[in-house]
Design a protein around this ligand. Structure first.
Ligand SMILES: *[C@@H]1O[C@H](CO)[C@@H](O)[C@H](O)[C@H]1NC(C)=O
Ligand SMILES: *[C@@H]1O[C@H](CO)[C@@H](O)[C@H](O)[C@H]1NC(C)=O
Ligand SMILES: *[C@@H]1O[C@H](CO)[C@@H](O)[C@H](O)[C@H]1NC(C)=O
Ligand SMILES: *[C@@H]1O[C@H](CO)[C@@H](O)[C@H](O)[C@H]1NC(C)=O
Ligand SMILES: *[C@@H]1O[C@H](CO)[C@@H](O)[C@H](O)[C@H]1NC(C)=O
Ligand SMILES: *[C@@H]1O[C@H](CO)[C@@H](O)[C@H](O)[C@H]1NC(C)=O
Ligand SMILES: *[C@@H]1O[C@H](CO)[C@@H](O)[C@H](O)[C@H]1NC(C)=O
Length: 283
């Protein structure tokens, strides 16, 4: 199951593109089971439904936390130069925690480099007054990538990949589907279930919770993790991450910006997609 929403608004001076990607997938074998199940298996009128039919309105978002101090180009990122002039990332970076990169200059990641933070929900935040560029065939992998810059360019073959790297769900939702039936993650609504055990009650097999603080106009939430088919091992695909680009002038994207839900393989449900929000004067 997949859905996407595109919303475009034009005003004389500015062009805003707002994109929300929502995807949800299940593994094929489970889909077959879903087709063969009787309608009663999916009845929503049963004991326990009330528990899952609590208030669906999203909780109010917390105020954004203050930005930590910026990391430095050379000491923290192993780059060359300064964030207040031009900082160039010349070697691969394996980050292990959130980074806030701020300065009055340019920030360039040279071609064929990878800047990764392979921790679910890890945030890479770049806020520079000048240009940003991600070189040809370079990659950024993290849970959240947020960029504010004057100009930005993403070279051929480059990617910002937050696929399956979403962080934990908002408070008041579990995100992850209940039970061990490999159901899909949820985003704006509850994810699909895939009943494999006819002895199970329906309330054990719904997919991920509605999972969003964000609006269609300003999507900004992770996807949720898919369910697992095992009590011991978490097989579900991770939720999609978040990508936000706020570009004052010119944005050129020749690469890919990804926030898909992670694949659950044959033993888990797929994660749901995350959010991509892009605003630029010209692209
Ligand atoms: C980063 O991690 C990858 C895979 O874990 C490893 O192959 C690579 O050598 C690491 N790079 C650096 C600069 O530590
Ligand atoms: C970027 O940094 C400036 C301060 O230099 C701050 O005013 C602004 O809110 C920051 N923007 C984002 C998107 O974090
Ligand atoms: C930003 O990039 C543009 C286009 O590549 C270049 O003309 C300009 O000089 C750069 N700006 C700065 C401040 O380096
Ligand atoms: C980028 O990767 C593609 C595919 O692997 C390759 O064809 C291309 O030559 C690479 N670009 C550069 C500048 O190496
Ligand atoms: C932004 O990009 C445009 C088009 O490449 C370029 O003409 C302009 O100089 C750039 N501005 C800055 C501040 O880099
Ligand atoms: C993007 O592709 C266009 C068309 O091939 C090319 O003119 C432009 O230089 C490329 N820009 C970047 C940043 O790779
Ligand atoms: C993005 O990440 C996912 C999950 O790690 C991976 O399967 C996919 O190949 C990546 N896509 C690109 C274009 O790198």
């Amino acid at each position: 199951m997949a859905a996407s929403h595109h919303h475009h608004r034009r005003s004389p001076l500015r062009l805003h593109f707002i994109i929300l990607l929502l995807t949800l997938s299940q593994n094929p074998s489970s889909s077959i089971d879903l087709v063969s199940a009787s309608p009663d298996d999916f009845s929503i009128i049963g004991s326990g439904w009330d528990f899952f039919h609590q208030d669906y309105s999203p909780p109010a978002p917390p105020p954004p936390p203050p930005h930590p101090p910026s990391v430095s180009c050379e000491d923290d990122l192993g780059g060359i130069g300064s964030l207040d002039t031009t900082c160039q990332i010349v070697s691969d970076l394996n980050l292990t925690r959130n980074v806030y990169i701020q300065g009055k200059g340019n920030f360039y990641i040279l071609p064929h480099r990878s800047v990764n933070c392979l921790v679910s929900g890890c945030e890479i935040n770049v806020n520079v007054t000048g240009n940003f560029s991600l070189g040809e065939n370079s990659t950024i992998v993290a849970g959240t990538f947020e960029l504010a810059a004057y100009n930005a360019s993403f070279g051929d073959g480059s990617s910002v990949n937050t696929t399956g790297m979403g962080g934990p769900p908002p408070a008041q939702t579990s995100g992850t589907p209940q039970g061990v039936d490999g159901a899909g993650g949820g985003h704006g609504g509850r994810g699909a279930c895939c009943l494999t055990d006819k002895g199970k009650l329906p309330e054990d097999v719904w997919g991920g919770d509605a999972y969003s603080w964000s609006s269609l106009q300003r999507p900004w939430s992770y996807g949720s993790r898919g369910g697992t088919t095992s009590k011991e091992v978490e097989y579900g695909g991770g939720g999609g991450g978040k990508v936000k680009l706020l570009i004052d002038s010119f944005l050129e994207v020749n690469g890919s910006l990804l926030a898909d839900g992670g694949d659950g393989g044959s033993r888990g449900g797929g994660g749901s997609g995350g959010s991509i929000f892009i605003k630029a004067q010209k692209m």
